[in-house]
Design a binder for this molecule. Sequence first.
Ligand SMILES: Cc1cc2nc3c(=O)[nH]c(=O)nc-3n(C[C@H](O)[C@H](O)[C@H](O)COP(=O)(O)OP(=O)(O)OC[C@H]3O[C@@H](n4cnc5c(N)ncnc54)[C@H](O)[C@@H]3O)c2cc1C
Length: 377
Amino acid sequence: MLKNQYDYIICGGGASGLLLAYRMCNDPYFKDRSLLLIEKDPKDRNDRTWCFWESGEGDLEAMVHKTWNHAYFNADDFEMDFSLQPFRYKMIRSLDFYQSMKSKLAEFDQLTQIKASVSHIKDGWVTTEVQSYQGGMVFSSIYNPKSLSHQKKYPVLLQHFVGQVVQTQKPCFDPDKIEFMNFKVPQKGNTRFMYVLPLGRNKALLEYTLFSQNVLERKEYKDAIADFLKELPTGGYEILEEEEGKIPMTCYRFDLKNNSKLLHIGTAGGWTKPSTGYTFQRINEKTKELVDFLKKGQPLSRFGKRTRFWFYDLLFIDVLAKDNANGAKLFKKMFEKNSPEVIFQFLDEKSTLWQEFQIMRSFDVGQFVKALLKRLF
Ligand SMILES: Cc1cc2nc3c(=O)[nH]c(=O)nc-3n(C[C@H](O)[C@H](O)[C@H](O)COP(=O)(O)OP(=O)(O)OC[C@H]3O[C@@H](n4cnc5c(N)ncnc54)[C@H](O)[C@@H]3O)c2cc1C
């Protein structure tokens, strides 16, 4: 039987759990503190591919599988090719991340890792089928979508998709240019687009993606990718890998489930950007912030403040949930009237008030005013 008391317990060893454990172990402040990481799966598959934009070299650079400098966007009659400068779009394969993290974490004596399923977390106690553990503080990345379905205050959209890595007979992709959002696919009353990440001239990851409330039959995503590929001079193709995702897009107050001993992290902690579903780079940044926060000895319930960006996202999700066919138009207006650099800064929540004002002006203000009034009254 393992010892059952730890200073810190991390539940879930995916992106946020592993990064948090890694950052804590690397900081001398935590050297004499005990840390337990509980994960139910072996994490020996490439179950997802993470992409994000970043300027310069990041601290996960060694794991980056591919980068791009250019992107393409289209919606309705508008299309643009653009340079991503000063950013680069980066891809990390989850298996590389899991393996790299596992080997780095194996070096730290203060960390114990166990494979078990957490069934319950209460008052610092974490229950698994193996035994229960007590933590001075508990971090949980275990996401339970049911908690969102019991409320109506915050609409919940999903960024849902199936992605396929395809190998084509003939060269038909530009290896330095992603298709960030290609809205040329039929919208069918939703926000639907193709997202293309070329891995070479003959190889790409294509994700048929929706921002909507309900998931589709798996066949529908796959058929949409096949239809998209029919329009390219592929000369035939083979599907090498497949992945799927259902990422919550909501301003639901995940933080209200935190208390002085328990903090939800990652998607379970509301670290997903509601208006886009991007999470990975936010996990990277927030785990750093969290380590600094812990060193100050403040209660966990004070971690992470809502900012004006939460409020922008709230209105955006309200508008998109009310009129789900509107997404292509909204993104088109944003790209038509603003520079990509400012758009990416805005999505990173690092824009200035003036830039945000310019972005707001790009949209049909009436829709947003209606959503605002509905929220206020
Ligand atoms: C296919 C896919 C592609 C994505 N692509 C991107 C992207 O390109 N860019 C981006 O920014 N975001 C992306 N995301 C969103 C987000 O970055 C990922 O979901 C990310 O993995 C979230 O990290 P997390 O730690 O919150 O959750 P996870 O990485 O899912 O980690 C949670 C961990 O908890 C474990 N767990 C669950 N229940 C229990 C239990 N009861 N007991 C013990 N362990 C448990 C799980 O096995 C898992 O390992 C993607 C998501 C998916 C699904």
